[in-house]
Unconditional design. Structure first.
Lengths: 224, 608
């Protein structure tokens, strides 16, 4: 992949990529920067509204249930599991990219399957959490939870929660679709014929970005 | 395999161009009408698509201003023909208040986004980036095509909104909530507002696809020898424009998504404590902030005006150097000031919000950052003037429009210093002073830069010249007309005359401007008519214009003039030329100009 700069040829002198990457990867990086600004705008909006409010619901109280088991004594257990799943899917993505470097088609397929499963598991968890909250009366424009100081809460707690986790979930969903396409292309031998697995790397960049965004979303909605 | 290579790069990552050669010569594979003119992936065709779509938009947007200028100039007169055309929007031949607001809203939206962003960047980034850096096409021609079609979709949705029963969005082009969030409050916030939001989402997608392409093409696909500091200033300007677009449009997207939820999902992101008079209803919304939207909007909105003006700065620099037969003065300072403007433009958005009740300390910070922009702007102006100084000026229409650009940019820029001051802004905010300022500095100036570009590169686009006589008439009428229209508005604004009113006759203080308003309206109609002449000139010249007979009609140094007169998809028939010098070797060693592709001679004096 990387290629040493020939002696006498300047990195920025034209005729070659200054970052030693092909255009698609560069484009992906700039896209991710753009997407980071979209999420940044959402989270800053959330922050500004929250800090302008007198009080806010306590996430430890809101997110305390676990499927089947019901109410747990350990708050945030379910979301911790979700986070763990998503981070593990990032690990399997790294392994898929590494297998791609070795032109190991079987390996890429194996790890892509795990990554897709991880993404689907995360989405299922989110679906359960949303359904559960909906059953408790929470939705866009409806907020059953009281503020931590016992006063009536505005609906913006749930408004921002559903909008931003929904927007993130949409990103995970697109990522899963992309990963499935990558899996099919690997399976058909497209990348093997091409001689490189760069597309897997680009899908990987997107997937890691979606995970990274989750870390911020998780922090802002569940921890703070 | 080689199409694979184009789409997915090479494992060794050298941006080798020769692989394209076999299939992208001047006359390559057979093309149908559809692949050549409609779903074309050739950057030159996409550029023309953007240009012509932009021109159609400009006519619509300009016509809207003529209609509302009729109202402003002749508030007591009725024009029965308006009722024949617009029906219930102009009962008795006088436009209704709702229609007036719709007109000013759509005029702003169309001109800012669809003409001066889509039409301008879309045209010149697509056309010039590959040609001037020496590439056969954009990095991703397919995404480039999608960029145009997303723009087209946005255009269709926006134009459909004009035909809705309740009318298009009419809360001003900035679509501030709470008005824009509440369909019950006004007709202009009903379905038209949804169309507006959806159209803008497509517009953001188009701008993103285009911008990513321009950035990666400029960084990755420069021909051998085309180092960053040898790039023409057009390319630098388009690079910074694309970066600004990629960073600021997504924030507008977030803001619009939240607005859409406020409109339809019962959320309160921007709403709090609202009572609607028309329905006599108090809304349950609590805890939102309308100011939040203004921050999100202007985080795009301010960089947006630089997205409009930066490409024209590049075009003007290039046209000016070519037609002064002199190197551009202060090339590095030009690049540096473009960079400074690019950074500063992201840090000044709240100067649009001085009267929202923001903390005065914050206001002073934004004042400082705003006034700092005067420094790089002034550097650019001085560099243009010193480029002209003692040059062998050739007054082509393109050159005239470039000089006109500098004039407009100075006149409009100086009033920016007034408006950027948070204390003066309390008086000037939302007056005609503001209207005059931004129309001169980013409306007329940007149009001038765009005209300069069209006149100058028309021979490259269509292999023919535009008619010069019509070009000169176009320039002088537009130049004089623009000053006659906008100069008086400064006085009206200083007297406190507010914008967005359709009739001032009830105010003693503003009634005195009745004659002046009529004068402005008359000039506006004349200037609009002359723009139609430009459109005629443009289309007439495509088919009947004087043919270009030499490869390099302007005697320019840049690479686009080394291609055949009518280049095919792939631009150069044989090898892409290698670059040996910067783009501004004019009048060097007694030679009128030296092409970038010419190797440095052994006796040549040292240069760039």
């Amino acid at each position: 992949m990387s290629q040493a700069v020939q002696a006498g040829q300047k990195l920025w002198g034209g005729g070659k990529s200054p970052y030693n990457v092909e255009y698609g990867k560069l484009m992906m990086w700039f896209f991710l920067m753009s997407d980071a600004f979209t999420f940044g705008a959402f989270l800053i909006s959330y922050g500004s509204i929250r800090f302008a409010s007198n009080s806010w619901p306590d996430p430890n109280h809101v997110f305390k249930t676990f499927p089947i088991v019901g109410e747990m004594r350990v708050p945030l257990a379910f979301v911790s599991l979700m986070t763990f799943i998503l981070i593990m899917s990032s690990v399997t993505m790294v392994l898929a990219v590494a297998a791609g470097h070795n032109n190991d088609r079987k390996g890429v397929m194996k790890w892509m399957v795990w990554t897709i499963l991880g993404g689907l598991a995360f989405l299922s968890c989110q679906a359960w959490e949303w359904t559960h909250l909906y059953a408790e009366g929470a939705w866009w424009g409806r907020n059953p939870f009281m503020n931590i100081d016992g006063t009536q809460s505005s609906t913006n707690f749930t408004n921002f929660f559903f909008t931003i986790t929904g927007f993130h979930g949409f990103h995970v969903f697109s990522g899963v679709i992309i990963n499935i396409i990558m899996l099919i292309m690997t399976w058909k031998g497209t990348f093997e014929r091409r001689g490189h697995y760069l597309m897997i790397e680009k899908a990987g960049l997107y997937w890691h970005f979606v995970d990274l965004v989750w870390v911020f979303v998780f922090t802002c909605f569940y921890l703070l | 395999m080689s199409s694979d290579t184009i789409l997915h790069g090479h494992s060794d990552v050298v941006t080798s161009h020769d692989v394209h050669l076999d299939e992208h010569g001047a006359h390559h594979h057979k093309e149908t009408f559809i692949t050549k003119y409609i779903f074309s992936q050739d950057h030159k065709m996409i550029s023309k698509q953007f240009l012509i779509t932009g021109m159609i938009w400009a006519i619509i947007g300009g016509l809207m201003s003529v209609i509302f200028r009729l109202q402003l100039g002749y508030p007591d007169t009725t024009f029965p023909i308006l009722e024949d055309i617009f029906g219930k929007w102009a009962p008795g031949g006088k436009i209704s208040p709702d229609f007036y607001y719709a007109l000013v809203t759509m005029h702003g939206t169309i001109m800012v986004f669809f003409v001066l962003t889509g039409g301008l960047s879309g045209t010149f980034a697509n056309f010039l980036v590959p040609l001037q850096i020496g590439a056969r096409d954009m990095a991703a021609p397919f995404l480039n095509m999608l960029s145009y079609w997303a723009f087209f979709t946005a255009s269709i949705i926006m134009i459909s909104s004009l035909f809705l029963t309740a009318g298009p969005a009419s809360g001003g082009w900035t679509v501030y909530p709470p008005l824009s969030a509440l369909g019950d409050a006004t007709d202009g916030s009903k379905a038209g507002m949804d169309f507006w939001i959806v159209a803008m989402v497509f517009f953001v997608v188009s701008s993103l696809l285009g911008g990513l392409n321009y950035i990666t093409t400029i960084l990755n696909m420069r021909t051998k020898g085309m180092s960053m500091v040898r790039m023409p200033l057009t390319i630098w300007a388009l690079l910074f424009t694309a970066i600004l677009g990629v960073l600021s449009f997504p924030v507008l997207l977030s803001g619009l998504i939240l607005l859409l939820f406020d409109r339809h999902a019962g959320t309160s992101f921007y709403l709090s404590d609202i009572f609607i008079a028309s329905t006599q209803k108090a809304l349950p919304n609590e805890g939102g902030s309308a100011i939040l939207f203004q921050h999100l909007f202007w985080f795009l909105g301010h960089p947006e005006v630089y997205i409009i003006i930066l490409p024209t700065m590049g075009l003007v620099s290039e046209v000016m150097a070519v037609n002064s037969r002199k190197p551009i003065f202060g090339y590095r300072a030009m690049v540096g000031s473009l960079f400074a403007i690019c950074i500063l433009s992201l840090l000044v958005w709240a100067h649009h919000m001085f009267v929202t009740g923001m903390n005065p300390f914050l206001g002073s910070v934004f004042t400082l950052l705003t006034l700092l922009i005067a420094v790089p702007s002034a550097i650019k102006v001085f560099n243009w003037l010193t480029t002209l100084w003692k040059g062998n000026l050739r007054f082509t229409p393109g050159m005239l429009f470039s000089i006109g650009f500098v004039s407009m940019f100075i006149s409009g820029g100086l009033t920016g210093i007034f408006l950027g001051n948070s204390t003066l802004d309390i008086h000037l905010h939302d007056t005609y002073f503001n209207i005059a300022h931004f129309h001169l500095v980013m409306g007329v100036a940007a149009f001038f830069g765009m005209f300069a570009g069209v006149y100058h590169w028309f021979p490259k686009m269509y292999g023919r010249y535009m008619n010069n006589t019509m070009g000169y008439i176009h320039f002088w009428v537009t130049m004089i007309g623009a000053y006659l229209i906008f100069w008086p508005m400064h006085y009206e604004g200083l007297a406190g005359m507010p914008r967005r009113y359709m009739d001032y006759s009830n105010w003693v203080s503003f009634r005195q401007f009745e004659d002046l308003n009529r004068f402005i309206s008359t000039v506006a109609i004349v200037v609009f008519a002359v723009q139609l002449m430009f459109v005629f000139n443009f289309f007439y010249s495509i088919f009947k214009g004087r043919r270009v007979t030499t490869q390099n009609p302007w005697g320019a140094t840049t690479l686009e003039w080394t291609t055949p007169i009518r280049p095919g998809h792939g631009n150069w028939v044989s090898e892409i030329p290698e670059v040996h010098r910067w783009a501004y070797d004019y009048g060097k060693d007694g030679r009128e100009f030296i092409s970038q592709a010419e190797p440095v001679g052994s006796n040549e004096s040292s240069g760039h």
